[in-house]
Design a protein around this ligand. Sequence first.
Ligand code: GDP
Length: 440
Amino acid sequence: MKIKFPLIIVGSQWGDEGKGKVVDLLAKQATHVVRYNGGNNAGHTVVVNSEKFPLSLLPSGVLHQKKLLLAQGVVIDPAVLIREIEFFKKRGVRVDLVIDPRVNIVMPYHKALDAATEAWKGKKATGSLHLGIGYCYEDKNNRSGVRFEDLIDPKALKEKLETFIPLKKRQIEGVFGQKTNLDIKEIYRDYVDYGRKLKRYLGDVSAIVQKALKNHQPHFAASNAATLGAKRTNVLFEGAHGTFLDGIFGTYPYTTAVYTIAGGVFPYVGIAPQKIYSMGIVKAYTTRVGNGPFPTELFDNTGEKIRAAGGEFGTVSKRPRRCGWLDLSMLRTAIRLSGFDYLSITKLDVLSGLPKLKVAVYYNVDGKKIREIPAIMNSFARCRPVYKEFKGWTEDISRVRKFSDLPKEAKAYLKFIEKELKVPIKIISVGAEREANVLL
Ligand code: GDP
């Protein structure tokens, strides 16, 4: 398997594609692993020796003890991050972490506002987990955020809390008519303590990553690198969520508040535009959490089987995920938006034992044939998939490590996907375990 760095890993569907496992696999070759968007609403699970490691903020490179960076595009719930750091430290894993001072902090009033807004929306609720992530981004964009630099500076923190808490209280009580027990003193005490615990991780992620990228460049003369004492670096960027949860290009409004497409990496980290390779993570079928159109959704026994075999229940929310066939129109759109150089197909083993498989090759909408997701979301709801059928396989493939050892039906399924999408498949994941891969 030959994969070029610097590299971005992007989910190409609605999230939960198994990005965590692929990042863990590729992190071996990396020196820096950078998480650049989302908050602790994006959970990953990495499995090593049958032990499950749940991650929601720390980049998946943690298990390889690489330099981990949380760029400004991430929002941090400090209690959650501290818990994750302690989880790994207890297991003897060194956490070499850097947090950008511009990172925004999720505050108790973001969670309170999240819950109050969802309650007020009733049936029209977005299906948020009340973790306050979207509300934290709202304040960030409205220049009312508490940044990491404030969290570690008690005086600045106090000033911000005294300004914002009365305002948020008025909003929650006056606008939504909900009760709130937000207490400035209590919040100040807790957050000063979080700041004290996290202060040691402060660093300018934008500058560190830019420098690391420079050291990677092939034209960066070896003699220069030696003079500067620099070593060659491999930077891996870990995207959270999936392409269609992108706040703008995703299936709006059932999305997150951030860019999830590859281009988001430049402003979210604070680096100049340059060639960064990208890999799209494609689950061998499609899943979606929450509401909104899903053209290839299965409502029958096959959908149930996929959900059970794939363990398709939210890492953070535990909610059952909606399951359906692979959708090439979605994937073509994802490829256009993020320019994938490579694909990784995950959870192929989950399809074992299904007598036949279907792939949606294009859509019919209002009498027209289209091969990508329409820009207008109203039309997306009317898209009807047109399928190609494949024979299934019965063998357990979770121990297969060579492409030639895969059942011929699985090979035909993969070859069709690659031919249609015109992007090479480099990793085929055939089980949750770290080693369960066919590398190409
Ligand atoms: P992520 O957020 O994209 O990393 O995805 P999640 O962690 O939410 O979901 C992926 C789940 O599938 C995790 O529980 C993984 O351990 C598991 N997983 C990843 N790859 C495979 C695979 O190839 N086969 C099976 N059966 N499970 C996998």
